[in-house]
Design a protein. Structure first.
Length: 275
């Protein structure tokens, strides 16, 4: 099984080139644009994620198919309302997947890769994890509800394709109703910010209404400082992919109680034992 998003990669690369040229010929002092080493790292992370992701999709397909077979529900893809339901169910699943990958450190170790760039451009969208296994539990409910696995994979690809276009500084705010209902480049710039007001905000995939509903929305205000609160000083893809796992291992080795070990694994990023 080849993920549908893989077919869009040539278009993604072309759009990255076009955005780079737009910075080259229409520079903006307020926007960071591109940096060669950073972009190379993002593209390398994207390549690695696809190499690992394709066989992992086969494992995911088997799990989804097993749940679908034993489920007492079977939703018919010929019914239009099933697609509408899937759109909202997938987007809600993505919201909680994304939020918990910020709030639980062992999950953050996988997702931190995507936030490790201090630049924000279309190549940043391709800076993806090499450990996609942590995402599986968040979509199991859709298969159990009777959505055919191929529909789930297709909707996931649509969501990822949409989110690619969010990673740009070249688009300012959009028409207010769009900004209210949908995730936009402005909302996603906030999500990639390391400024205090922007930390752990705007988790939505296609829709931003989940953030408004669950209290995690923050509009774009002050200039966004992209990256991590403690940025990693490396362009090595292997270190980018594993640095937080290595940090967790160091903390676990230094912990003296099982309570502290559990905190380092399942507490929020930056968790420390009480004095």
């Amino acid at each position: 099984m080849i993920p549908a998003v893989l077919y869009a990669v040539p278009a993604f690369l072309l759009l990255i080139v076009m955005e780079f040229l737009s910075f080259r010929f229409l520079p903006d002092d307020e926007e960071r644009g591109y940096e060669a080493r950073d972009t190379a790292t993002s593209l390398s992370m994207g390549l690695g994620s696809q190499i690992i992701g394709v066989p992992w999709k086969l494992v995911t397909a088997v799990v989804f198919a097993g749940l679908y077979v034993i489920s007492p529900f079977k939703l018919d893809p010929h019914d239009w309302w099933v697609w509408v339901l899937l759109f909202f169910a997938d987007d809600l699943a993505y919201y909680w997947f994304h939020r918990l990958h910020h709030e639980v450190r062992v999950l953050w170790a996988s997702h931190v890769v995507h936030h490790s760039s201090r630049f924000f451009n279309l190549s940043t969208a391709l800076r993806q994890t090499w450990t996609p296994m942590t995402s599986l539990p968040f979509w199991l409910g859709l298969a159990a509800l009777g959505f055919p696995p191929w529909m789930i994979f297709l909707q996931q690809s649509i969501s990822l394709g949409y989110q690619f276009f969010l990673h740009t500084e070249r688009v300012d705010r959009m028409w207010r109703p769009i900004e209210w209902f949908f995730n936009t480049p402005s909302h996603h710039r906030v999500h990639h910010g390391s400024n205090d007001p922007y930390l752990d905000r705007n988790y939505g995939g296609i829709l931003i209404v989940w953030d408004r509903l669950f209290g995690s929305f923050e509009p774009e205000g002050e200039k966004v400082a992209y990256g991590l609160t403690s940025n990693i000083q490396t362009y090595n893809p292997l270190r980018v992919a594993t640095h937080e796992y290595a940090a967790i291992w160091r903390d676990l080795r230094g912990a003296t109680t099982w309570r502290d070990r559990a905190g380092y694994l399942f507490g929020p990023p930056g968790w420390q034992p009480a004095p």
